[in-house]
Design a protein. Structure first.
Ligand SMILES: Nc1ncnc2c1ncn2[C@@H]1O[C@H](COP(=O)(O)OP(=O)(O)O)[C@@H](O)[C@H]1O
Ligand SMILES: [Mg+2]
Length: 261
């Protein structure tokens, strides 16, 4: 991990206005640090309390989710740490420059019904604000498969389309993991395109590694951010996927986050 992420002094350069909590964009001073690092900074102080996530902090859940992504070896989540910042302790995450492709569909997008782009999967049909039928679709990108499986493991309650980023480095990244890792099933995602399909042996091998690491060092690291029950629930979700290696079907009254982007 880039050491600057942990230590460099951060200056706020902007705020993500669509964000529901205080989500700030910060940069380091290249004259001091030798390189310019841009990050997202979410101070714990700016967190809106959530009745269904009473324990720990959203920032801690973001760090815990990153640690799980790393333990799997998937690199789905950009480097994320808990540290001090201009408004006190918070989560700091490497900023991902995204591809601006006006012409092509985004990783998660809407398209007219019956016009699903090649290499995309349909998740649901709905009416757009003008009343036209549209399909919610997402790409079949292998890194998006990993994100979908990661979401099952971390029990992500808020995988919106805008939380899947196409980096200019050609990789796909997931962001916003503040409401993950609850003990009760809360999976809410736009990535249902693989529901009911088998999880590949390659990914199962990584999940085996994760489950084995949980009683050890990884569990110790997670304990700084999660309750014991939440760590046990994570292990149970991993074991369940190993026993029945199939992507879950949408369940419950609200399986898709709203708004979806
Ligand atoms: N690490 C990141 N790199 C690039 N863009 C990001 C990053 N984290 C968040 N964003 C952008 O900022 C938006 C809001 O951030 P998000 O984490 O969803 O905040 P909130 O927790 O307030 O919903 C995201 O939808 C995304 O467009
Ligand atoms: Mg968000």
């Amino acid at each position: 991990m880039n050491d600057l992420l942990r230590t460099a002094e951060l200056t706020v350069i902007g705020q993500v206005t669509t964000a529901s909590n205080a989500t700030l964009v910060c940069e380091t001073d290249p004259e001091q640090t030798g390189e310019l690092l841009r990050v997202v900074y979410k101070p714990v102080r700016g967190e809106r309390p959530l009745w269904d996530f009473p324990d720990g902090t959203l920032a801690g859940r973001e760090v815990a989710s990153y640690l799980v992504s790393e333990a799997l070896g998937w690199g789905v989540i950009p480097e994320t740490v808990l540290r001090d910042g201009p408004f006190g302790p918070g989560m700091v995450q490497r900023w991902i420059e995204v591809v601006e492709d006006e012409a092509g569909p985004d990783l998660v997008d809407l398209c007219p019904v019956g016009e699903i782009p090649a290499g995309y999967r349909e998740v649901l049909r709905a009416l757009d604000p003008a009343g036209h039928p549209v399909s919610l679709v997402h790409a079949e990108h292998p890194q998006l498969v990993r994100m979908a499986v990661l979401d099952v493991l971390i029990n992500n309650a808020d995988r919106k389309g805008g939380h899947a980023l196409a980096g200019i480095d050609g990789r796909v990244y997931g962001v916003d993991h503040g409401i993950c890792l609850h003990t009760e099933p809360k999976l809410r995602t736009v990535l249902w395109g693989w529901a009911g399909e088998p999880v590949s042996d390659e990914l199962l091998t990584d999940i085996t590694t994760l489950v084995k690491a949980l009683p050890g060092e990884l569990g110790g690291q997670l304990a700084a951010h999660l309750t014991d029950a939440e760590i046990e629930a994570l292990e149970a979700r991993g074991r369940a996927l190993l026993q029945a290696p199939v992507m879950p079907m949408p369940l419950g009254p609200r399986p898709i986050p709203w708004p979806a982007f």
